[in-house]
Design a protein around this ligand. Structure first.
Ligand SMILES: [Zn+2]
Length: 323
């Protein structure tokens, strides 16, 4: 090819490449020109954090506070939490949360010594789910640019704080742990890896993120193999529909996080990974870092029904009850 053709063509492509890099990574402001759905007036990222409701949030069978407990024991309470402007997908009233937690207990009874997790139930023997909407937008949770010290606080830390400052919404707060279904996402720490759940070892609060930052719902045309719109963080799975008791990726993630708050895996387990936070002897173990779905303590030598002396055993945890 003639150089008088080649040189200008290469030059042209280099300029285009720089332009793309500039617009994608350096100056992204143009993206804000795309029309966005207006944010409701009640949302306020500047004032103090408050729990609010939109008119449309009022639905039959929805609960905005913990219902009176039917039992006095330790319980795990479910919360459906929404940032101010996010769509209400009704996972509480449509019994998605109920069905996923039931599926978890079915799996758990099968894998354990016929024990189940002690979930907070209402008088109809359904999972008591509390609906909480916050006056903060997902942008606030994500904390992009604000904060003078430029310390980025994890979304999970903000969620935790909201629960801890609203103790009066719950009965027997001291005897409860929480599983939160958050209609948003956690900030990504790795380019190819979404954080779908979070919990502290022996903590009070576990979180399941119903969205991924990069897989959020963008129209009718994104359809998974099961003909569902994408609304989940976990790869090909979502919360269960009513009466579906399948133990899928979502349920494995949720259970994994809850078990962290119950102190699993035990620090004295035999097969902990380098960080001391997950088991490494079998990738199908629920407490493997990627939440397997076959074993509750493979070989019983890490956290459940083990024989290690002076080592906590999940089997004796107060949040487990006989099936
Ligand atoms: Zn984990």
């Amino acid at each position: 090819m003639h150089r008088y053709f080649l040189i200008p063509m290469i030059g042209f492509f280099i300029i285009i490449c720089f332009l793309v890099i500039y617009l994608q990574f350096i100056n992204e402001d143009w993206k804000f020109l795309v029309p966005k759905t207006p944010i409701p007036e009640i949302c306020d990222d500047m004032s103090e954090v408050k729990l609010i409701t939109h008119d449309n949030d009022y639905l039959e069978k929805r609960e905005f506070r913990d219902k009176k407990d039917i039992m006095n024991n330790n319980q795990i309470h479910a919360i459906y939490m929404l940032p101010c402007e996010r769509e209400d997908r009704k996972f509480d009233v449509n019994l998605n949360i109920h069905s996923s937690l039931l599926a978890i207990n079915k799996w758990f009874a099968d894998k354990s010594d016929d024990q189940i997790l002690s979930f907070d139930l209402n008088d109809k023997q359904r999972i008591d789910v509390t609906f909480l909407r916050v006056n903060k937008t997902m942008d606030w949770f994500d904390n992009k640019k604000e904060d003078k010290n430029s310390i980025r606080i994890d979304v999970s830390e903000k969620i935790k704080k909201i629960i801890l400052t609203n103790k009066d919404y719950f009965y027997n707060f001291a005897n409860k742990k929480f599983i939160i279904f958050f209609e948003g996402w956690e900030r990504r720490k790795y380019i190819n890896f979404d954080i779908c759940g979070k919990a502290d070892f022996n903590g009070k609060i576990s979180i399941y993120y119903t969205y991924s930052r990069f897989k959020k719902y963008v129209g009718n045309d994104i359809i998974l193999k099961n003909k569902k719109r994408i609304f989940t963080c976990t790869k090909n799975d979502h919360l269960n529909d009513k009466d579906d008791l399948k133990f899928g990726d979502a349920e494995a993630t949720i259970l994994h996080e809850i078990l962290h708050t119950l102190g699993a895996p035990s620090k004295c387990g035999k097969n902990l990974d380098k960080q001391n936070s997950h088991v490494s002897d079998n990738s199908d173990d629920i407490m493997h870092k990627e939440s397997g779905n076959l074993y509750l303590d493979y070989n019983n030598d890490d956290y459940y029904n083990h024989n290690i002396k002076e080592c906590d055993d999940l089997k004796k945890n107060k949040y487990l009850i006989p099936n």
